[in-house]
Design a protein around this ligand. Structure first.
Ligand code: S3P
Length: 196
């Protein structure tokens, strides 16, 4: 991991009173499917808490010097998952951080245990159509299945994957929030108020 983790977003203008900060967990992990807003909510939450913001996918991309898509193509998913797990170990040693995890972090049962132990993790839960709409044209997301021409087939595969993962997200999470109709700022406030 480069020092990118160290230089990530510092305290924002909305940093809370010291009293509220003291009760906050040392690390908050955001988990959920692609398109659930982990990045935007994570940034908003880092502003409210004054915690550093870390995007696991971005750290891996920077460390490897290539995009997620290229890591999947050139090294394979297994290699990406190993990197993800190793990064999670390192983040568990840090404090004062808000982390957005890649959508597949819960593939590994050990990662679920780690999130339970060094989290809390918050599951951003949303309707599959909304999530698909948000990511369906993103070529950097291997699981947007852009190689499949038929959009209905792509949607079905996307929805199947979400269905397989939903209970794993719930297992890993200490809190589940419904993202429907809420801004990133409102979601961040909901999470902050729950843990403070
Ligand atoms: C993945 C989600 C991606 C990224 C990688 C694998 C997944 O992160 O980690 O493409 O398995 O769902 P986002 O959830 O930020 O898109």
């Amino acid at each position: 991991m480069t020092d990118r983790v160290e230089k990530a977003a510092g305290p924002g203008n909305g940093a809370p009173a010291a009293e509220a900060r003291r009760a906050l967990p040392e690390r908050i992990f955001l988990i959920g499917f692609m398109g659930s807003g982990k990045t935007t909510v994570g940034l908003a939450l880092s502003r409210i808490t004054g915690y550093k913001y870390i995007d696991m996918d971005s750290v891996i991309e920077e460390d490897e010097g290539m995009t997620i898509r290229d890591i999947f193509i050139k090294r394979g998913e297994h290699d990406f998952r190993n990197r993800e797990s190793r990064l999670l170990d390192k983040l568990c040693e840090k404090s004062g951080i808000v982390v957005s995890c890649g959508g597949g972090i819960i593939h590994d049962a050990l990662n679920i245990e780690k999130l339970q132990e060094c989290g809390p993790a918050v599951f951003l839960n949303g309707d599959v159509s909304l999530l698909f709409d948000r990511v369906k044209n993103d070529s950097n997301r291997p699981f947007a299945y852009l190689d499949i021409a038929d959009e209905q087939i792509r949607f079905n595969k996307f929805a199947d994957l979400l269905e397989k993962r939903k209970n794993l997200y719930k297992d890993a999470a200490a809190m589940t929030v419904d993202i429907t109709g809420k801004t990133p700022e409102a979601l961040a406030a909901e999470i902050f108020n729950y843990f403070k």
